[in-house]
Design a protein around this ligand. Structure first.
Ligand code: SF4
Length: 202
């Protein structure tokens, strides 16, 4: 079984699925089987059950990590929405601060509106903007949903902001300076802060 909880750069991460509808050109999964202190993050037979996730939560000392966790990889967490919601409720009951790192495509993945139920169980969300236009987004993110993905991602981000949780959009600095500037303008227009992440191959 792959690591359900792993640590990297002084933070704790929860890995609940390897599924993802995208093939981002910069995806860290292209570079290896794990990051940070993890052994492997690829689940060989099946994604973890909620019981396995809860057991991992019970066996981990979040106190060493500011009592906080980041839901992130090795896949898109909202592909396992039921387990995500249940695991977050369980961690909330333990007072753990929860950030979700997501591609923002949950509504398309789950074929319904999902921002409200997700925002009710997390504290903070970081959504991959990746590019300033739908065309450039599709080029770099390669979502299985085609052209509608960019607008769906932006709509999800706006809803998260409206539901009152800490909301950020992110780009990785593998795109051009000009595109980063255009992303900044877009984020200013919609009133959501942008974080420019440094690309890391490990
Ligand atoms: S959305 Fe995340 S997990 Fe999916 S391909 Fe892109 S970087 Fe990788």
């Amino acid at each position: 079984m792959a690591d359900i909880i792993y640590t990297y750069g002084g933070s704790a991460y929860l890995n609940i699925t390897n599924a993802c509808p995208c093939r981002c050109k910069f995806c860290i999964r292209n570079n290896g089987d794990s990051v940070g202190e993890a052994t492997t993050l690829w689940f060989d037979k099946h994604s973890p059950t909620i019981e396995e996730i809860k057991n991992a939560i019970d066996g981990f000392d979040f106190g060493k990590y500011n009592n906080s966790v980041i839901l992130c990889g090795y896949g898109e967490p909202t592909c396992a929405l039921d387990n995500l919601i249940e695991a977050c409720k369980y961690m909330k009951s333990k007072g753990i601060f929860i950030r979700l790192n997501t591609n923002g495509l949950s509504d398309l993945i789950n074929k319904r509106e999902t921002a409200k139920e997700i925002c009710e169980v997390i504290d903070s969300v970081s959504i991959s903007l990746n590019a300033p236009t739908a065309e450039k987004y599709n080029e770099i993110t390669q979502p299985s949903f085609g052209e509608k993905a960019f607008d769906a991602m932006l709509g999800f981000a706006k809803e998260c902001k409206e539901f009152g949780i800490q909301t950020k959009l992110t780009v990785v600095d593998v795109i051009s300076e000009e595109d980063i500037e255009d992303c900044k303008k877009l984020c200013e227009e919609i009133g959501i802060p942008l974080r420019v992440r440094e690309y890391s191959a490990d």
